[in-house]
Design a protein around this ligand. Structure first.
Ligand SMILES: Cc1ncc(COP(=O)(O)O)c(C=O)c1O
Length: 405
């Protein structure tokens, strides 16, 4: 790891092509063994530089709305599906030119917009209805992540799947998992077969959603394959999976530098040039403790790794290393592609990390760097810059600032 790491200017997200290809190989295996279609849920990862890589192994993408669908249209050559808890008139009008697979969350939205999709795409239109299977299987923070949680706004219940309703749709959509292992994928599929057989008989396609964590070492891929094959054979349906996390799991890093070490605390605190709240929000939301390269239970040098913002809880966790951390040294936080790049903020004026790629031959390249303008332009449209680069330089010259470094 050290060779490419020395070339990374921090902070930077680094997508690891070899690791992503391994994930895509698992997806390809599932496709091969079942004939199902697999879509990338772009809400989890939308670094479109890498869409061509994903497009080689997948059938397309699924979008949470107009912007993700448009991005897929521009950069990912494949099917474009969209699901939203509710579309607006304008969003549907803008989506329809390039999206013919639309999933609706309610009967009212299906009734309102289904006919528009049929009119725009004719025989190519594919309408789906999201079903809430009322089967809670999500273990991590279910209040935040379980689509079947009591009071959930997602999907219609099986009682709504009347023959009249089913006659208007091509697909059922059941997104009900989050980082679940194969036993839960299988339980979900069996549950659908038990509680809504008539609905499964009536449609062409069943979209089994995301949350099947099939690239995790503990996930038994064969069990998923068998369950999908059973569903398809018994009900003569096509199936779709739309994973996000599984495709990018362990697919990259967030590389940070140590800016300072506060060493008068029980456990010294290393302040990094990244921030959980800005750059790894799931660490605080889920919450969880990400793995860090070099951390080991035997490590004699313990540190709290903390962010650079004002938030007291902007802390990654406590870690132990064999050697002491140094100011200017690098810290590599693992599994930082899924749901990270898409969620970054510039809270506290924090710079956005570079987006980089680690190629299979070990070369590192920067895909995109961000600067002050990216922070500023999300906040207002300023007619006149108050401090231009040249006035800033004049100040610095007048003050005789020494060069740093
Ligand atoms: C409708 C839908 N499909 C797919 C996904 C992708 O799920 P995951 O990243 O857990 O595989 C999500 C995630 O929330 C979702 O809401």
């Amino acid at each position: 790891m050290t060779q490419w790491l020395s070339r990374v200017q921090t902070p930077a997200y680094v997508a690891d092509i070899e690791a992503l290809k391994q994930n895509l190989a698992v997806a390809a295996h599932i496709k091969h063994e079942t004939g199902c279609r697999i879509l990338l849920a772009t809400k989890s990862f939308a670094m479109f530089e890498l869409f061509p890589l994903f497009a080689q192994g997948l059938d397309g993408t699924t979008a949470s709305g107009l912007y993700e669908a448009r991005l897929a249209h521009e950069h990912f050559h494949g099917e474009i599906h969209a699901y939203s808890p509710a579309y607006s008139d304008q969003e549907i009008r803008d989506l329809l030119p390039f999206c013919n697979h639309l999933y609706f969350n309610s009967l009212s939205q299906l009734e309102r917009y289904g006919p528009l999709c049929r009119a725009a795409h004719g025989e190519r239109s594919q309408l789906g209805l999201r079903v809430n299977p009322q089967l809670s299987l999500v273990k991590n923070n279910p209040d935040l992540y379980d689509p079947s949680a009591p009071g959930s706004r997602f999907g219609v219940f099986k009682e709504s799947l009347t023959p009249e309703v089913l006659a208007t749709v091509d697909a059922l959509h059941v997104h009900n998992l989050c980082e679940n292992m194969a036993e839960d994928s299988v339980r979900l599929i069996h549950h659908l077969m038990n509680v809504m057989p008539d609905a499964l008989e009536a449609v062409e396609t069943v979209n089994l959603g995301g949350g099947h964590y099939f690239t995790h070492p503990d996930y038994e891929v064969m069990a998923l394959i068998e369950a999908i094959n059973m569903l398809q054979a018994r009900f003569n349906v096509n199936t779709i999976l739309e994973p996000g996390g599984a495709l990018t799991f362990n697919g990259g890093y967030l590389v940070a530098s140590v800016l300072d070490i506060v060493d008068d605390r029980a456990v010294p605190i290393a302040i990094l040039d990244v921030s959980p709240t800005c750059h790894m929000p799931d660490v605080l939301e889920m919450p969880y403790r990400p793995e860090v390269v070099g951390d080991s239970p035997q490590g004699r040098h313990r540190y709290v790794l903390a962010g650079k913002t004002c938030l007291s809880g902007d802390v990654v966790g406590t870690y132990a290393f064999d050697a002491p951390l140094q100011v200017g040294g690098k810290v590599v936080i693992k599994d930082m592609l899924q749901y990270t790049i898409v969620k970054t903020t510039t809270f506290n004026g924090m710079p956005l990390p570079d987006l980089g790629v680690l190629e299979e031959d070990g070369t590192y390249r920067v895909v995109h760097s961000f600067g002050y303008e990216d922070f500023k332009h999300r906040l207002s449209k300023m007619p006149m810059p108050l401090l231009t680069e040249s006035t800033l330089q004049e100040f610095q010259t007048a003050l005789h600032w020494p060069p740093f470094g």
